[in-house]
Design a binder for this molecule. Structure first.
Ligand SMILES: C[S@@+](CC[C@H](N)C(=O)[O-])C[C@H]1O[C@@H](n2cnc3c(N)ncnc32)[C@H](O)[C@@H]1O
Length: 276
């Protein structure tokens, strides 16, 4: 103990960072910390730059292909003629799902997409991009926990029908404990299928997160990338938190690409050609 204290006093900053990263790296326990981008105003130049960096991070992570493949699988048995109803929580500027919509366009379903984020980040150009692909997208500015608290339980006849798909990208890892439980609980009651594509908490992803500067990422992105991996997920962790429903859901919890961890849940009543 005395030895540790001495080290804390004497170690220069870089060594301390390395030591703490190494400690977490060795145990790989999940650590959720506030990310810098979340504390910046939407029009802060570093935030604007960091959101642009995020598009390159997605390219490096292969997110577009990972999400498109998972969505094809989740909607494969759907026979409904109506457009697919999709909700993205923590959607950011909405550009990632636009890339996914482009990837799905060939033989893909028409869709109505709601992009929910607590910041107003979706441009009219992005919405027009969706329209050109045959998707009707709209932005909703709302804290996700207001959405959780809102009364839209599907058993109520006046409530909205369940979503066909709720999706989250680089979003769940912001939360833990009761917040994460409440979020997953609300998602499970309001959708027929769910996909989460999150940072994988592992050696390779941690190494990659330390290298985002090579892509020209700014200080906000460089710091948040590392925090995201520490808060990311490993095999079985999201499944363990998914509300009990036993036979009602088909769950998949898997590594995707080099840096991502995905979780998907499909309500069994949607299988065998039944409509959502
Ligand atoms: C890392 S970004 C991911 C954006 C987008 N999903 C993507 O993958 O490009 C996380 C997003 O979550 C949003 N966010 C964080 N906490 C939120 C909350 N409590 N309610 C709604 N949005 C939130 C942030 O504003 C940010 O746009």
């Amino acid at each position: 103990m005395a030895h540790c204290w001495k080290y804390e006093l004497e170690a220069p900053d870089a060594s301390r960072t390395l030591a703490s990263t190494w400690g977490i790296f060795m145990s790989m326990r999940r650590v959720v910390a506030a990310e810098t981008l979340d504390g910046l105003a939407a029009d802060d130049p570093s935030a604007i730059r960091s959101r642009r960096d995020l598009q390159r991070v997605h390219l490096a992570m292969g997110t577009r292909g990972i999400v498109a493949r998972a969505l094809r699988e989740l909607t494969a048995s759907r026979r409904a003629a109506a457009p697919l109803r999709v909700l993205e929580l923590g959607a950011g500027d909405g550009t990632l799902m636009r890339c996914v919509a482009r990837a799905l366009k060939k033989n893909g379903p028409a869709a109505r997409l709601e992009l929910l984020d607590r910041q107003n980040l979706v441009s009219t150009a992005t919405l027009a991009g969706y329209a050109a692909l045959g998707w009707h997208a709209s932005a909703r500015v709302c804290d996700v926990f207001d959405w959780v608290a809102s009364d839209s339980a599907p058993h109520d006849a006046r409530a909205e029908p369940r979503w066909d798909v709720i999706i989250v990208n680089l979003f769940l890892h912001h939360f833990e404990g009761v917040q994460l439980d409440a979020l997953l609980g609300a998602i499970a009651t309001r959708t027929n299928s769910f996909l989460a594509c999150e940072p994988r908490r592992g050696v390779l992803a941690l190494a990659g997160s330390h290298l985002v500067g090579v892509m020209g990422a700014n200080a906000v992105t460089r710091e948040d990338a590392v925090l995201s991996v520490h808060a990311g997920f490993q095999q079985g962790e999201i499944s363990a938190l998914w509300p009990p429903g036993g036979a009602e859901w088909m769950l998949k919890d898997y590594s995707a690409g080099f840096f991502s961890h995905c979780f998907s849940a499909l309500r069994r009543s949607n299988q065998n050609g039944r409509t959502f």
